[in-house]
Design a protein. Structure first.
Lengths: 182, 182
DNA sequence: ACCTGAACACCGTTCAAGT
DNA sequence: ACCTGAACACCGTTCAAGT
């Protein structure tokens, strides 16, 4: 990949992070290209369509999620449940500060997630390790499953998008954690 | 309102319920009008824009939610927590069977909810009555608030939209209920 | 190899003409 | 009063021409 192409790709992603963070009213592809300082054609050369661009934001976020889960996996198996919950808090906090990626998570369809399939698979795999350990060492509700984690986190993410009195993703997360614990 | 106008309005809503239930790929206004057997202009005469049409689905759903909550309010104050939770299960079940309205809930923006502001306010008011009673008679976690209910239900609704192995709105709801209980 | 932006296609919305 | 649908406007996407 040529140096200018790589730089353009980075600029496009940076522009997406800036503009999607502003949220709806809808961000346009022309606007995105202009902010990145490239032509629209270049945008489409790097990302086949708008969903692929959002998909890349999601993919990179899953990488960050997985780093945190790796930290929890590296922790002592005896405190797997606590380590898992700390990782969830850290991940939710990171996403809460990244409105652009939250927008991509919520407003994209299936295709956005298809772009991050490998990373989402790894996410689930790491959750499974931690849930399996926690099942032995305790601290999780009986019957709690690894797949419950992305499902519940999706709800917390949805909350972070809504700006209404009483809606608070940290509160939502803590209520969910209470349900997770044994 | 003239009889033919009223009939057209109903037909448009019926078409919206049918077509939105198919979910993305996007439903178009022309398609909606055709299914309803009216011209696009008629569609716009009844609903100023697409979000207003989705807003009407949301508004009517809140009315159903409130009916269920009224049943819980009519129940004995001593079992307010159980009655509230039964109402939540019934409401979630109703929404789970109505893909069109779920689509409206999730993919619409602020403006969709603005259309149902009165009904959403009533929803919260009824939740407040039940939470206040439950606080006295027990069965809810200390510190649980009425505003937590729409927030948590939004998460359950988001789950119902995702068709992935292990994603199950009923499971999500039960995990959330476990967190609500004292 | 990669970039550009005018042109195209699609779909939400409007409005002049009709009943 | 209400309805119709051709026309318009907007924005995602393509592609012929350029470097």
């Amino acid at each position: 990949m040529r140096a200018d192409a790589r730089r353009n790709r980075e600029r496009i992603l940076a522009a997406a992070r800036e503009l999607f963070a502003g949220g709806p009213p809808e961000v346009q592809m022309d606007e995105l290209a202009q902010r990145a300082g490239v032509g629209v054609g270049t945008l489409y050369r790097h990302f086949p369509d708008k969903e692929a661009l959002m998909g890349e934001l999601v993919r990179e976020r899953f990488e960050l999620f997985n780093e945190r889960l790796q930290v929890a996996v590296a922790d002592a198996p005896s405190r797997a449940a606590d380590a898992l919950i700390e990782a969830l808090r850290a991940n939710a906090g990171g996403l809460a500060q990244d409105a652009a990626t939250r927008f991509a998570f919520m407003s994209g369809g299936e295709r956005v997630f298809a772009h991050a399939e490998a990373e989402a698979g790894e996410f689930l795999r790491l959750c499974e390790i931690l849930v399996r350990r926690a099942r032995r060492s305790g601290g999780l509700a009986p019957g709690f499953r690894a797949e419950d984690i992305p499902m519940l986190m999706c709800g917390v993410c949805a909350t972070a998008e809504v700006h209404k009195p009483g809606w608070d993703w940290e509160r939502h997360l803590e209520l969910v954690i209470r349900g997770m614990r044994g």
